[in-house]
Design a protein around this ligand. Structure first.
Ligand code: SF4
Length: 565
């Protein structure tokens, strides 16, 4: 036994290693990135000394990562895939179909949701995907559970032959706690043993059978969830007024208020104790446990992080006369993260006076501080690129009018070019959308359309849009901001190096004379603006690659070089 202080992401990563992981794949995305960073560090440090070290590699996108993991599972070995919540949209095709394959080696899809959108474009809740694909979903509430659930999730995946989602949220992924590691439970990797091919050939005749099997499995999965220690039920028949369901880290906020809540219940319901509770750490819904709560209490309060998933699900399980309180009824907010104060209010407790005075003091102290929205680093290469682009756009607007110039952008540090003072871009929707939207705008009649995209995002999902532009000969100017790294998530390597972009783009069919490679720096701003205008005037597909290394990447590279000396 030993104690380690770990992030939620790290605790899970260590759990997968100890549970017999053979390979891990992922695409960086906050707050999931640290899972893969932990596994890659382990791989890099140990692969030369130990040939069985689990492989851990970044991939071009979440779809390719999941498909690689499926190959591991088909070979009988355990695999994990990591991504942020919106990454599961990208991987949705293999994910939904994987649920119909007879998973052989355990397969965990670790998805980190970002309630409050700290670094995301939406508050998507991955539990809906688990329900959609009818697969189990584990939701650790603590770092210890993140470690232990890795073992359980692999076992469930192999026992029921299904992929399993491990849902994280930002507060768990990015906070540290002591994790007790029982080294006697460390397990070796599965031996190579291919799956039955009939279980993996999703042609209609076989897929129909697999789908029937999947439906038939649902009762077993519900029975598993009902008896799982992740879903503890504590009944109190004396309290018929209320029962409480928590899930994920909602339980932590409930437990934080528990001493005050016990005192409150003692005052209001002398001798009757606190209401019955059910914690849901594993889906599908533990239906029998929920029914038992409803037999006792006429009202159920649901404390869950994310969207009102359980509230929606419960309507299919509870009798009509049971009232459900939660996010739909305004007892908890529909948007943003939960916190102990919000849960306190939902429990009917007075605001915490100590917290109130501390919060008020903090508010006073912050009242006169200027706002500090995120910004591009001072000296960031994107600043020079955007100054050139803004200058080009101003000339084109003067010539053709503002409705004839569109600048679509994408996800990455360069999204910060949308803020003042640059105000350089007009849209940010999802990974890779910039080029497709520029194509659409062009086909809608806009004369000059730009798609601004980073090197990694281009390889993630911009490349297919460029193929569409080439195939349809649509006039579009792609501005590829090559800073040589995946900067926004902490400087992970881009899948291809700078020198590989030109031949790649040429190979896709862009005319060589319309692939322009520019060094972006203050001295070249004006000349680069002229090139952007020239290429915007070209009535075909052009790609302007603006190259300069990210400052953070430069700093990391230098530090590594010094350490290597
Ligand atoms: S991390 Fe790199 S790319 Fe991102 S803003 Fe800073 S310098 Fe620019």
């Amino acid at each position: 036994m030993k104690d380690m202080v770990l992030l939620g992401d790290e605790a899970f990563a260590l759990g997968t290693l100890h549970a017999g992981l053979s390979a891990a794949f992922g695409y960086p995305g906050t707050p999931s990135t640290e899972i893969m960073e932990y596994l890659i560090d382990n791989y890099e440090r140990n692969r030369e000394s130990c040939e069985n070290t689990p492989v851990a590699q970044w991939c071009s996108n979440e779809k390719t990562a999941l498909e690689a993991a499926l190959g591991v599972s088909f070979s009988g070995r355990r695999a994990v895939v990591t991504m942020k919540h919106v990454g599961l949209n990208v991987a949705a095709d293999p994910f939904m179909n994987a649920s119909l394959c007879g998973i052989k080696g355990g397969l965990i899809i670790a998805v980190a949701d970002d309630p409050s959108m700290h670094s995301s474009q939406g508050e998507q809740d991955s539990r809906f995907y688990a329900d959609f694909a009818m697969v189990p979903c584990f939701e650790p509430a603590t770092q210890q559970e993140a470690y232990e659930m890795a073992f359980e999730a692999f076992n469930v995946s192999e026992k029921y032959n299904v992929p399993v989602i491990m849902r994280f949220v930002t507060r768990l992924s990015h906070s540290r706690a002591v994790v007790n590691v029982d080294e006697s439970k460390i397990r070796s990797q599965n031996k190579l043993e291919k799956a039955d091919r009939k279980e993996w050939m999703l042609v209609p005749a076989l897929a129909r059978k697999n789908y029937e099997k999947m439906i038939a499995k649902q009762d077993e999965l519900i029975a598993y969830a009902t008896s799982s220690s992740s879903n503890p039920l504590v009944l109190n028949k004396k309290r018929t007024d209320l029962a409480i369901i928590t899930s994920g880290i909602g339980r932590n906020y409930f437990l934080e208020n528990l001493p005050d809540y016990k005192a409150h219940c003692e005052k209001m319901f002398a001798g009757l104790g606190i209401p019955s509770t059910l914690h849901i750490g594993t889906l599908p819904l533990p239906v029998d446990s929920i029914k038992k709560l409803a037999e006792i209490a006429k009202t159920i309060l649901i404390i869950e992080e994310g969207q009102p998933f359980l509230e929606k699900q419960l309507s299919s399980v509870l009798p009509q006369y049971t009232q459900v309180l939660g996010k739909f009824t305004g007892h908890l907010p529909r948007t943003g993260e939960l916190n102990p104060d919000l849960v306190r209010k939902a429990l009917g407790l007075e605001p915490n006076k100590t917290m109130l005075s501390e919060t008020a003091g903090l508010k006073d102290a912050c009242a006169n501080l200027p706002g500090r929205p995120p910004q591009l680093c001072k000296g960031c290469p994107h600043i020079d690129s955007y100054i050139s682009l803004n200058s080009a756009v101003a000339s084109l607007v003067e010539k053709a009018g503002k409705d004839n110039v569109v600048v679509n952008a994408d996800i990455g540090c360069y999204a910060l070019g949308g803020a003042a003072p640059l105000n350089a871009i007009e849209t940010i929707v999802c990974m890779g959308a910039s080029i497709g939207m520029a194509r659409g705008a062009s086909q809608a009649g806009v004369k000059y359309t730009f798609g601004v995209i980073g090197d990694s995002t281009f390889l993630h999902s911009g490349i297919t849009n460029l193929v569409d532009c080439v195939a349809t000969k649509t006039p579009v100017t792609v501005v590829l901001l090559d800073n040589t790294i995946v900067a926004m998530t902490g400087c992970q390597p881009t899948m291809l190096s700078s020198s590989q972009f030109e031949p790649l783009i040429k190979g896709l069919g862009v005319e060589p004379e319309h692939i322009r490679i520019l060094a972006t720096n203050p001295a070249n701003r004006e000349a680069n603006a002229k090139v952007l205008i020239e290429e915007a005037e070209y009535r075909g597909v052009s790609v302007v690659i603006m190259v300069r290394e990210c400052l953070e990447a430069f700093r990391i590279r230098n530090k590594k070089a010094k350490n290597d000396i």
